[in-house]
Design a protein around this ligand. Structure first.
Ligand code: PLP
Length: 384
């Protein structure tokens, strides 16, 4: 017996798994997955041309109330393309949060731009609009060609807030700040399909939003991503760039730009469409699991991360805050050794060697969270 054994016991009870391994987040397939995949194979349309790709785009656009949605092979590539479309160029700076998954910062690097890491809010775990405003007030000036960092002399073209673990950040305030400085906003909504801020779906506030359908996300296509647009023309440009910038012609190969092979194959979209059909069940179950955790951790005196004010979260990954880094390390050891998968939050981006020379603010909240937060098993539970 140890001080975390009641938690291990509770998690085993929730997942009705007295002894076996409990993963952090497992996908659930219980609808038309096999049927649609079979249809793909029978039709021979397994690559990027096929009906499921287009239907999946339409469904996600409707669901999120986006003007247009464009599929991608994964969320990281979708972010890369979003930054390109937002006008990020070599030598620019792109502001994001230090507390994020590596994809956000990598996508910035793919554009040969430099990330700038800003702190998060303690309640949302997403970019802090106050920290952002303070950073910009101190460090930038507006010129005719855009917003410039007066110290590095780089142009700040874009800002990429992220909705951590599906909890919406203060995206309206972030956009208001960015508008004042002429900075584009690309939302990394990779983790937040099914999450809303003030009644509006995450990923639809900025000029472009990005979703991921990786195997561990709320619904999966195996691997996949999606770009969400307010602007139809920009969406058409995105689709063009994801398909090698090939001009439509019955037989000629003419390309009018350096494009990418980024369009999601039909096989993945078939899986995604079947998954999308059960999203309400998944979201309902995830909320129930979060409610059980909330009540339990309340009696344990442990801080369970709840959806922020004005937000409805998909509760993609549940998280708790422990008292200290030592506590966190002990918790990780005990739970993982007991076959209950738990994970610390990502190492802050600026602490990784590739990004160690990037500009940051004080990152006080990010550091606090890094030392104390752990994710606990969060899979949906659906009994047929
Ligand atoms: C999952 C994720 C992505 C994209 O990941 P892919 O695996 O490339 O689909 C991007 N940003 C964040 C924050 C993520 O969690």
């Amino acid at each position: 017996m140890n001080r975390f054994s009641s938690i291990v016991k509770k998690i085993r009870e929730i997942y009705n798994e007295p002894e076996g391994f409990i993963p952090l987040h497992a996908p659930i397939f219980l609808g038309n997955e096999k049927k649609y995949l079979g249809e793909c194979i029978d039709s021979t349309f397994v690559s990027s041309v096929g009906k499921f790709v287009n239907i999946f785009e339409e469904e996600i656009a409707n669901y999120t109330k986006s003007k247009s949605a464009v599929v991608c092979v994964n969320g990281t590539n979708a972010l890369h393309l979003a930054l390109k479309l937002a006008g990020v160029e070599e030598g620019d700076e792109v502001i994001t949060q230090a507390l994020t998954f590596i994809s956000t910062a990598n996508a910035i690097s793919y554009c040969n731009a430099k990330p700038v890491f800003i702190d998060v809010d303690n309640d949302t775990l997403g970019m802090s609009p106050n920290a952002l405003a303070q950073f910009l007030e101190k460090n930038v000036e507006i010129r005719s060609t855009g917003c410039y960092n007066i110290i590095s002399q780089r142009r700040i073209k874009c800002c990429v807030p992220m909705h951590t673990f599906g909890h919406p950040c203060r995206i309206d305030e972030i956009i208001e700040v960015c508008n004042r400085y002429n900075i584009e906003v690309v939302e990394d909504a990779a983790e937040s399909l099914g999450s809303y801020y003030k009644g509006k779906h995450t990923g639809t506030f900025g000029s472009i939003g990005v979703l991921s359908f990786n195997g561990n996300k709320i619904i999966t296509t195996g691997g996949g991503g999606m770009l969400l647009f307010k602007d139809k023309t920009l969406a058409e440009k995105a689709k063009h760039l994801t398909t090698q910038a090939k001009i439509l012609h019955a037989w000629e190969f003419i390309h009018d730009d350096i494009g990418y092979n980024y369009r999601m194959p039909n096989l993945n979209a078939a899986l995604g469409l079947a998954q999308f059909e059960i999203i309400d069940k998944l979201l309902f179950s995830k909320r129930s699991v979060a409610e059980i955790y909330y009540s339990f951790f309340k009696t344990e005196g442990i801080n369970f991360i709840q959806e922020p004010e004005n937000a409805k979260s998909n509760y993609w990954l549940n998280a708790i805050l422990l008292n200290s880094k030592d506590d966190r390390d002990q918790f990780l050891k005990i739970t993982n050794e007991a076959g209950v998968m738990t994970r610390p939050v990502w190492r802050l981006m600026n602490e990784l060697q590739m990004f160690s020379d990037c500009i940051t603010d004080d990152l006080n909240n990010s550091k606090y969270i890094q030392d104390r937060l752990v994710n606990i098993p969060s899979s949906a539970i659906i009994n047929e």
